[in-house]
Design a protein. Structure first.
Length: 93
């Protein structure tokens, strides 16, 4: 029963999407990193890349570092949790 409920959450699907994007980038199918940063629509990573302190942690010589992959997955989880909380409170009302 709980497993079926997991498939209905935004957190699960955003985490799966983030992992697939990271794997897609890691194996070299995306050389411009456009999908990794979702064309600038993902505000946390997009802002971090253009902040000089975080840029060197995420990108080196045009390649994404392991910290960038971890941040991509955690940002996906964060957005999923926020959306799940919004749905929960809307259903509660």
């Amino acid at each position: 029963m709980i497993i079926m409920n997991i498939f209905k959450t935004f957190t699960f699907w955003f985490a799966i999407f983030s992992i697939f994007v990271c794997l897609f980038n890691y194996f070299g199918y995306e050389d411009k990193n456009l999908q990794f940063f979702i064309f600038g629509l993902e505000p946390i990573l997009y802002k971090a890349v253009y902040t000089e302190t975080f840029r060197s942690w995420i990108i080196a010589n045009g390649n994404i570092l392991w910290v960038g992959y971890v941040l991509r997955i955690f940002s996906g989880l964060f957005y999923g949790i926020i959306l799940d909380l919004i749905v929960f409170f809307i259903k509660k009302i």
